[in-house]
Design a protein around this ligand. Structure first.
Ligand code: Q9C
Ligand code: ZN
Length: 349
């Protein structure tokens, strides 16, 4: 299948994230994508392509899913940071204050730190010098993969980085800035697919994707993830979130406890696929996180490398035009093998 590679992804290289009262090295590293690309190439899984450029349609789609004031903030963040102090060049931007509850979010603060907090929900997602260009190019990869499927490819893979499924209309967090999978889904909708399903198999709930589509009945969102009562992102992803208004019944959260073994995970995947199939979508977007792996340093499921072949086969059985979008997966030594296994399992089926 065609693989859309973000050649600018290295320019987003966070140094540190906040964890239990101290700054620790970022889990979401450039080497992750290097491993995935190398393994896809080693196996000859498909041509590695550039996503093409920004068209008026693509720019408009980005501004439709994300708010202009959020995009403007991201676009200018690094320059503002540098203008504060040239010594900031050696530091990442991290938030340290948030509006929380019972504060106003309609007044845009002129203070830079206040705006970093307004548009974020955790202190684990640094903005660096190259974040904006990397995130934009990653978003382009997702839209290009959707375009490839629209042009008749059975499937395409967006090797996007940074990941996207935690990013919402006007917020970043969970290592995500622009919602790549949502942009792929909207690309399919804009080209005339009446119904699009998004299946999120990352360990963490895709809160950004849910928030973007929860009021809509044209995009079904289904996510399998660690129970948010104990797992990040904690404040969304519960079973009773079924969608809002016209979108009621078009969001499904399938929760599993930390420690879940492959048998139960795959039984849940079958349930997810049944819901996707019942929706009868014209196309499918998969948020492909492989942080469900037993060796993942920040997650709690126990899938083994061979299980990812089965994941690919199971999704292939849906028989849908499929856009794969790369998300999480932090066991760096295995992230390439596990991701390529999914794509190989899909293609072999
Ligand atoms: N020290 C994705 O998989 N931090 N994002 C958890 C670890 C946030 C994961 C705490 C995890 C975000 C795309
Ligand atoms: Zn994840």
């Amino acid at each position: 299948m065609q693989i859309f590679h973000n050649a600018l992804h290295h320019t987003h290289a966070g140094r540190q994230e906040m964890f239990r009262g101290k700054l620790v090295p970022c889990h979401e590293t450039p080497s992750r994508v290097d491993h995935v690309l190398a393994e896809c190439q080693r196996r000859g899984l498909g041509p590695v392509l550039a996503p093409g450029g920004w068209t008026a349609d693509r720019e408009q789609r980005l501004r439709h899913l994300h708010t202009p004031r959020y995009l403007d903030f991201l676009a200018g963040a690094w320059d503002e940071w540098m203008a504060q102090d040239p010594a900031n060049a050696a530091l990442d931007i991290l938030p340290s204050v948030w509006p929380g509850h019972a504060f106003r979010t309609d007044v845009l603060p002129s203070n830079f730190s206040a705006r970093v907090g307004l548009f974020s929900f955790d202190a684990g997602t640094p903005i660096t010098a190259g974040t904006w260009s990397a995130a934009r190019q990653g978003a382009l990869c997702a839209m290009a993969a959707a375009d490839a499927v629209l042009q008749g490819e059975r499937a395409a893979f967006a090797l996007s980085r940074p990941p996207g499924h935690h990013a919402g209309p006007d917020f970043f967090g969970g290592y995500c800035f622009l919602n790549n999978a949502a942009l792929a889904a909207q690309t399919l909708r804009d080209a005339g697919c009446a119904r699009v399903a998004v299946l999120d198999v990352d360990y963490h709930h895709g809160n950004g994707t849910q928030t973007l589509f929860e009021s809509r009945n044209d995009v079904l969102t289904v996510s399998i993830h660690g129970d948010p009562r104990t797992e990040y992102p904690f404040y969304l992803g519960h079973a009773d979130e079924r969608g809002c208004g016209e979108g009621e019944g078009f969001n499904l959260n399938l929760l599993l406890p930390r420690g879940t073994q492959p048998d139960r995970w795959f039984a849940t995947l079958e349930a997810a696929c049944q819901t996707v199939s019942d929706f009868a979508p014209n196309a499918l977007v998969v948020s492909l996180g492989v942080d469900t792996f037993e060796g993942d340093p920040i997650s709690g499921f126990h899938l083994r490398s061979s299980d990812y072949l089965r994941l690919g086969r199971t999704v292939a059985a849906l028989g849908l035009p499929t856009v794969w979008v790369f998300e999480g997966g932090y066991a760096v030594a295995e992230v390439g093998i596990n991701t390529a296994n999914v794509l190989e399992g899909f293609q072999a089926a």
